[in-house]
Write a protein that binds this ligand. Structure first.
Ligand SMILES: Cc1ncc(COP(=O)(O)O)c(C=O)c1O
Length: 396
């Protein structure tokens, strides 16, 4: 018999009743070191006092008004995002997938308004993940996401990751209007687009007039040690999707754009009942205040160096289990030799939470507020997990 909750997830039996910083706690009091942050959502950890304050203060004032009216909390968060990024304007939604939807609509409308409505093709990359709507799975194109859900949305062409010739050739196609890419793939296995490639993509877009759409839903909001990952390459996109970390656990998404890219999005062209809700925007503004305060991102970079060094040590100690470390900032991946899901499960026994990804990679996505002691503790627990997996391999 089907369960009351649609069985669309492979769930573990673990269940948590409380979160404190980098720790998640079960009903029986067992404490787990959180190296997953709810898949890069809990940027400031669990129960951050500034976020609790922002949410409860707003909850005591006003929960929802509708986008029929001016929402000051939305304006405050949008102003912070505009001030700190390339963007001139922001649309708020409730998830990453919704931000992807608008990115696709915005690109199509841009070309419609520019007198070239035929430029509907968006180039994307194999291994990408942009969400679960029909547009988002059509963009990613992988069989894993799309099988059984056809007909898919036309207007996307997936290119092999890292094939520059194929990309240059595809970019010449007159039906192309945009290129969409994650600067650092998360679900795809912590695959980093090198800075020179991101620069090359920007140049290619400029050469052909294509819009550059960056998906920073997982890698944005301080995760790589800069506010947004593309800043490392010294370039700016035309459109960018943001979600996860910006809400610090409150479900919000945002689509950031230049004035030019957004020129078609006039009144009545897009909307959302809950998007830009005062509760979410109040929390988002508190997240932005914390991440953009002096020294915060320097600390993230220092912690990244420490975590990376610890993980290199772990790999060296368990060459039968792990192959190497990849990624950037506090979005790191352990390329595994043993099945990554076995290591995640052994991590549960050792009370450390990690997240599997494609390419047999184990994702390490701690809260940006994690301490060095907690990093050391988490890696020690991963060591315990690796010993258990090693024994299993030896016994097989
Ligand atoms: C890069 C990327 N894009 C899009 C999404 C979809 O976001 P959401 O699950 O909030 O709809 C995700 C979620 O994991 C993601 O990592």
């Amino acid at each position: 018999m089907i369960s009351p909750v649609l069985p669309s997830y492979n769930r573990s039996k673990l269940s948590f009743v409380k979160g404190e910083g980098s720790w998640m706690i079960e009903a029986d009091g067992r404490r787990f070191l959180d190296f997953g942050s709810g898949i890069a959502v809990m940027a400031l950890g669990h129960g951050h006092p500034a976020l609790v304050r922002a949410l409860t203060e707003q909850a005591g004032k006003l929960w929802h008004t509708s986008n029929l009216y001016t929402v000051p909390e939305q304006e405050a968060l949008a102003s912070r995002l505009v001030e700190h990024t390339f963007a001139d304007t922001v649309f708020f939604c409730n998830s990453g997938t919704e931000a992807t939807e608008l990115a696709v609509k915005m690109a199509r409308k841009y070309w419609y308004e520019s007198g070239a409505p035929e430029r509907t093709t968006i180039l994307t990359f194999e291994g990408a993940f942009h969400g679960r709507s029909i547009a988002a799975i059509s963009a990613a194109g992988s069989e894993k996401l799309t099988k059984g859900f056809g007909p898919l949305l036309p207007g996307f062409r997936q290119l092999p990751f890292g094939d520059h010739d194929a990309l240059r050739e595809a970019a010449r196609d007159p039906s192309v209007g945009a290129i969409m890419v994650e600067p650092l793939q998360g679900e795809g296995g912590i695959r980093l687009l090198p800075d020179v490639c991101l620069k090359g993509l920007r140049d290619l877009c400029d050469e052909h007039g294509h819009l550059l759409i960056l998906d920073e839903i997982q890698c944005g909001v301080g995760r790589t040690g800069r506010l947004f990952a593309h800043e490392w390459a010294g370039i700016a996109p035309d459109i960018m999707m943001v979600a996860k970390g910006i809400g610090g656990g409150y479900p919000i998404g945002a689509l950031l754009a230049t004035e030019n890219a957004a020129k078609g999005m006039t009144a009545g062209t897009h909307g959302s009942t809950y998007g830009g809700n005062p509760l979410g925007c109040a929390v988002g503004a508190a997240v932005m205040d914390e991440i953009t305060r002096d020294g915060f991102l320097e600390e993230v970079r220092a912690k990244s160096g420490f975590l990376r060094q610890k993980l290199e040590g772990l790999v060296a100690a368990h060459p039968d289990v792990f192959e190497g470390v990849r990624g950037a900032g506090l979005m790191l991946g352990l390329k595994c030799k043993a099945p990554n899901t076995d290591i995640v499960a052994a991590g549960y026994d050792a009370q450390v939470l990690t997240v599997p990804a494609a390419e047999n990679v184990l994702r390490i996505l701690p809260a940006l507020t994690i301490t060095e002691d907690e990093i050391a503790e988490g890696v020690a627990r991963l060591d315990t997990a690796a010993v258990a997996v090693s024994r299993k391999i030896a016994a097989a």
